[in-house]
Design a binder for this molecule. Structure first.
Ligand code: SF4
Length: 383
């Protein structure tokens, strides 16, 4: 497949792994922020291709995983109302709230619909003017422009029955929190390419400088990640700490300025609670006051409630790179994709789901194929 196969070329992957092996002279801990990157690393066994001094830990970049338990409970509360149609991305339906999940609400007769874009939620609202349609707007900076556009459009059309339960989170404040922690082990970051496609990577320069840490914006294919790791190792070995861009085919320094302008018209930065991590100052978007008529928190007067995570779930430590999913006593025992205890086992981008899907619980490590079996038609092939 054009523009995909080039980035799965087995010969180049092994050449990059060999280059990294030649470069690295000391142990280092690297973190990929995005859950999509985590899945690529697991899927292609890249962690096993790397030399042993390099340890990969997985960051808080799965939007489903970090949506606060209280916010999931609010979505459940809304979906349980007879006058509300709750519209959501499919991943959110099985995320456990404190007592139930959206899937169970739907099974019990709640009007919960799955969409792939907020534009579809607008269509539902236009088609059902007698119902209140609420879109569950989760995600990082990547999904914020489309959500901003939907709210902006709803206001322009005067759609009185459309609102959003907004739970947007921002990556740089989370990296700042990780680096400020006395328990931090991470020495270099692979920044999320899709977030930087929207936002650029100016903010990552500031983080690199403030914390003397290398950050490389990386893509999502195997060669992207191997090249990003190679760039991080080169910086660490040379004693440099800079923000660099591996994902040049998508990311530019300033990002997508029209998208940023639209987001700036609709959203404002706010403190945000991250599931498993806690409150991170200035780490989220909420709707500006002039869009209050489309803000589900205000339309339905939703109150914040303090709720506790299941005590056996160590997702807080997994999301901060302090532990790996296989370190969790519940992993693949009481917590499985069929019966998830925490969000990282539910989401298609969750680290626990990646370890489960690629059989870390069976092998205890990645199921890396021999060089022969890794190659199919000259490209890395998936299991
Ligand atoms: S395996 Fe399950 S219980 Fe353990 S950290 Fe992951 S989601 Fe939580």
């Amino acid at each position: 497949m054009r523009y995909i196969d080039e980035y799965r070329d087995a010969r180049l992957a092994h050449a990059l792994a060999a280059e990294i092996t030649r470069r690295v002279t000391r142990p280092c801990v690297l973190m990929e922020i995005c859950g999509g990157q985590t899945h690529t690393l697991m899927r292609y066994g890249i962690d096993e291709l790397l030399p042993s001094p390099i340890e990969l830990v997985h960051g808080p970049g799965c939007p489903v995983c970090v949506t606060a338990l209280e916010t999931v409970d609010k979505a459940i509360q809304l979906a349980s109302r007879p006058d509300v149609t709750l519209v959501s991305y499919g991943d959110m339906l099985r995320v456990p709230g404190s007592r139930s999940d959206l899937f169970r609400v739907k099974a019990g007769g709640g009007d919960v619909r799955v969409v792939y874009s907020p534009v579809e939620a607008l269509k539902v609202a236009r088609a059902r003017p007698e119902r209140q349609v609420v879109f569950f707007a989760v995600g990082f900076e990547t999904t914020a422009p489309a959500n901003a556009m939907a709210v902006w459009q709803a206001r322009r059309e005067g759609l009185k029955n459309f609102s959003m339960l907004v739970s947007h989170v921002l990556v740089p404040p989370a990296i700042r929190l990780l680096l400020s922690s006395p328990t931090n082990r991470v020495q270099g970051f692979i920044a999320p390419g899709h977030v930087c496609t929207v936002m650029g990577y100016r903010e990552y320069e500031v983080l690199s400088r403030d914390f003397r840490v290398p950050i490389v914006v990386g893509g999502f294919e195997p060669l992207d990640l191997l090249e990003a790791i190679s760039m991080l190792v080169a910086q660490l070995e040379a004693g440099r700490a800079e923000a660099e861009n591996q994902y040049v085919r998508s990311v530019c320094y300033e990002g997508n300025l029209p998208a940023q302008r639209l987001m700036g018209q609709v959203f404002e930065v706010c403190d945000r609670k991250w599931r498993g991590v806690g409150l991170i100052p200035q780490s989220g978007f909420r709707l500006k006051p002039e869009f209050a008529a489309h803000d589900a928190e205000k339309v339905f007067d939703l109150a914040d409630a303090e709720v506790d995570e299941p005590p056996e779930c160590i997702s807080a430590q997994v999301l901060q790179g302090l532990k790996k999913p296989v370190d969790c006593p519940a992993f693949a025992r009481t917590c499985t994709p069929e019966n998830p205890l925490g969000a990282p086992m539910v989401s298609s981008e969750g680290a626990c789901a990646a370890y489960y899907q690629y059989r870390r619980h069976v092998t205890g490590k990645s199921d890396v194929r021999s060089p022969k079996s890794e190659v199919k038609d000259g490209r890395l092939d998936v299991r």
